[in-house]
Design a protein around this ligand. Sequence first.
Ligand code: 5RP
Length: 258
Amino acid sequence: MDWGIQNRLSRIIQPKTGRTVMLAVDHGYFLGPTSGLENPRKTITPLLPFADSLMLTRGVLRTSVNPQNNVPIILRVSGGTSILKELSNEAITTTIQEAICLNVAAVTCSIFVGGEFEKESLMNLADLVNEAAPFNIPVLAVTAVGKEMTRDSRYLGLSCRIAAELGAHFVKTYYCEGFEKVVESCFVPVVVAGGKKTPERDALQLSYNAVTHGAVGVDMGRNIFQSEKPVSMIQAVRAVVHQGATVDQAFDLFQTLS
Ligand code: 5RP
């Protein structure tokens, strides 16, 4: 792998632990003013010291993140859809030139395997890999799951493997039973999405399950920024991902910090 790609990836996946806590705040690109992200700057600023990277759109980045911040940026460059219509019908929204101008560490787009616009979304990924390659910018593929799909190891394994085959440098997917099979058959690092807001202990359990079954970390959004105590929550997630804390230890930490 090229030096530039390795260097950028090592800003995201911490070489000390081989793990990462990515903070996802890109939800508005199809959900609009998501609860907890109505004022992105207010939500993001206190969490930044605890995030290994920030996943977001150019709109939020330009307006709501202080450029003096050194947090690695994973720029969401797919979109063009809303929850009111077919979500798989995404296109690439942001040029690689703009990603370079914004000094990003990686770019990301979603794929919708089995979705109505499966081929288009896979070609978005392939085209993005092609565009980013001359500049050594890594690409994160997000395996979006349509309502009609089952989040099992067979489906997620299929999506992750296709993403890796098309050249994604790392993949974001969901945790499921038999998750180790998903990781084993995907030859690039895998991070796990948090999903809908659940009680803090459950989200810590998810983080624990993810890393103990082979994920390099989490790319978590709602379970952090929709927590009553987001700053405590992200630190508890860090304890699981980077320090090998058990769920009980991490939940104790969450309660103590709160
Ligand atoms: C949407 C995304 C989101 O960033 C991701 O799902 C958000 O994380 P969470 O599920 O933890 O809120 O990639 O496609």
